[in-house]
Design a protein around this ligand. Sequence first.
Ligand code: C2E
Ligand code: CA
Ligand code: CA
Ligand code: CA
Length: 279
Amino acid sequence: ASKDKGCNYNFFTEELSAVIGERHYLESHLAEALDKHEMSVHYQPMICVKTQRVLGAEALIRWNNPILGAVAPDRFINLAEQNGQILALGNFVLRTAMEQARHWRKSFGNDFFIAVNISPVQLRDDNLVSRIAQLLAYYQLPGSALELEITEGVLLQDEKKVAKSLAGLQKLGVSISLDDFGTGYSSLSYLQKYSFDTLKIDRSFITNLMECDQDKELARAIIAMAKKLNLQVVAEGVETPEQHQFIVEEGCDFGQGYLYGKPVPATMFSAQYLSRLVI
Ligand code: C2E
Ligand code: CA
Ligand code: CA
Ligand code: CA
C-alpha cells in the first residue's frame, strides 16, 4: 500500500509541477505580450431580437503567442487578475474596442454599442470612472456607445466603492451589464445591491433549453424577472434556430451566440455584418 501511495505522490507532484510550470511560463510571456503585439480583440455580434439587426458587439481579448499558439482567455485572465497585469490588458481592450466603435457607429448607425468585459480588479481601481470619461471624450463617443459587462464573486468586496464606480459610469451614460447571470458568480444578491441596466443570462441555461424542461422554465423565469426589474435581457450561447425562436417568444432584447456569429477580427466583422440582416 505504501508503494501505491508513493506512486500517487509522484503522479501528483508531476501534475502539480506541470501546472506550476505552465503558470510560470504563461506569466512570463504574458508580461511581454502587449509590447510584442500578441494581443488583439475579436468581436461577436449582438443581435437586436426585434429588428434582427446587428446592434452591438462584445469585445473579447485574444492572445496569440508564437510558441504557445492561441491561448484562450480562460487560461490567462485569472492569472492577469492575480498579478495586476489585467489593468494594462483591460485598458488595451477598452482603447481598441472604443476606437472600433467610433468607426462602426458611422456604418452600423448611431445606436451601435460595444460591450467590454471589466474585471473586478479594474472595478476597484479608483481611476476607472475618470479613465472611461477621458476615453469617451477622446474617441468622441457618447456613454451610450459603451456597455461594461461585470461578473464574479469579488463584486461583493468593497461594496461601497463598487456601487460608487457603477453609479459614476451610469452618470456618463455607460450601461452596466451583469454577465453570466444565474451562475455561482452572478447571483440575485447583486441585483439587490447594485443598479444594473442589462442582465446577461448565462449560456448554461440556453444550451439545453430544448431538451430540458427545467432549464426552459428557469430561463423563462429569469427573463420575466429581468423585465419586471426593467432590465434589458441578453441571451448568450444561442446556437440553434429553436433557441432563437424561444428567446423571440419570451421577449429577450438581444441574442448572442454561434447561430448569429462567432467572435472574429474587426475586418471580418465589418465584411460579414455591414448592411445586411443576419438571420
Ligand atoms: P464571457 O464574457 O461569458 O464571453 C462569452 C464567451 O462565450 C466567449 O468565450 C465566446 O467566444 C463564447 N461564446 C459565444 N457564443 C457562444 C456559443 O454560441 N457557444 C459557445 N459554446 N460559446 C460561445 P471567450 O472569448 O473564450 O472568453 C471566455 C471568457 O474570458 C469570457 O466569458 C470572459 O469572462 C473572459 N474574457 C474575454 N475577454 C475578456 C476581456 O477583454 N477582459 C476580461 N476581463 N475578461 C475577458
Ligand atoms: Ca461577457
Ligand atoms: Ca457571459
Ligand atoms: Ca463566462
